[in-house]
Design a protein around this ligand. Structure first.
Ligand SMILES: CC(C)(COP(=O)(O)OP(=O)(O)OC[C@H]1O[C@@H](n2cnc3c(N)ncnc32)[C@H](O)[C@@H]1OP(=O)(O)O)[C@@H](O)C(=O)NCCC(=O)NCCS
Length: 169
C-alpha cells in the first residue's frame, strides 16, 4: 500500500451561518459546528484511505471564539497521522468577515476515524507522509493523543501507554 502525502487529504468546506443554526446570543450553536467539523474530517479520512470511514473518537474540540450569524465559516481538515486502520484528522475552523474578508481562527478539533469494509470491520490504511512543519508537529504528537484517547475510553491500560508516560516521567 503506497504512502500518501498529508496534503492529498486536505478538505475545505465553506458555508455560512444561518439564523436557525444559532443560540440565543445569535452565535453558531456548538452542536451545529461539531456536525460540520465531523463532515469535513470524515471526507479527509475517506480521501486518505479511499474506504468507508467511521468516527471512533472526538479527541479534542476548542471553541475559542463565537461565530456570529451571517459569518462565512471555513473548515480545513487534513489527516495528521495514519496508524493501522485508524487515522487522526485535524480540523482548523476559520471565520471570514463578509465585508472585509478578514480571516480569524475560531476553533480547532481533533478526530479519530477508522476505515472499515462493507461489514464495518477495520481495514488497513496507507501510511501518511507529513511535509510542512505543522504537519510534522501534528504527526509527532498523534501517537501520544491516540494512547490518551484509548486510555480514556478504557481500551488501553495506562501502564502500557509508553508514549504517553514518556511525557510525564
Ligand atoms: C470503529 C470500530 C469499527 C472499531 O472497531 P473495534 O472492534 O474497536 O476495532 P479495533 O479495536 O481493532 O480498533 C480499530 C482501530 O481504532 C482505534 N481505536 C479504537 N478506539 C479508539 C479510541 N477511542 N480512540 C482512538 N483510537 C481508537 C484502535 O486503536 C485501532 O487503531 P489501529 O488499527 O490504527 O491500531 C467500532 O468501534 C465501531 O463500529 N464504532 C462505531 C462507529 C460509529 O458508528 N461512529 C459514528 C458514526 S460515523
Amino acid at each position: 500500500m503506497k504512502a500518501k502525502k498529508a496534503i492529498a487529504s486536505l478538505t475545505i468546506l465553506t458555508d455560512t451561518v444561518l439564523p436557525g443554526e444559532t443560540n440565543p446570543l445569535h452565535n453558531l450553536f456548538g452542536g451545529e459546528l461539531l456536525a460540520r467539523m465531523d463532515r469535513a474530517t470524515s471526507i479527509a479520512a475517506s480521501r486518505h484511505s479511499q474506504e468507508i470511514c467511521v468516527t471512533v473518537s472526538v479527541n479534542h474540540v476548542a471553541f475559542s471564539k463565537p461565530v456570529p450569524v451571517g459569518s462565512i465559516l471555513q473548515m480545513e481538515a487534513k489527516v495528521s497521522r495514519a496508524f493501522t486502520s485508524s487515522m487522526e484528522v485535524y480540523v482548523d475552523v476559520w471565520k471570514e468577515d463578509r465585508i472585509t474578508g478578514e480571516r480569524e481562527k475560531v476553533n480547532e478539533g481533533i478526530y479519530t476515524f477508522v476505515a472499515v469494509d462493507d461489514h464495518g470491520k477495520p481495514v488497513k490504511v496507507p501510511e501518511l507522509i507529513p511535509e510542512s512543519a505543522l504537519e510534522k508537529k501534528r504527526y509527532k504528537g498523534a501517537l501520544q493523543r491516540k494512547e490518551l484517547s484509548l486510555v480514556l475510553s478504557e481500551k488501553l491500560d495506562p501502564k502500557k501507554a509508553t508514549e504517553l508516560r514518556s511525557l510525564f516521567f
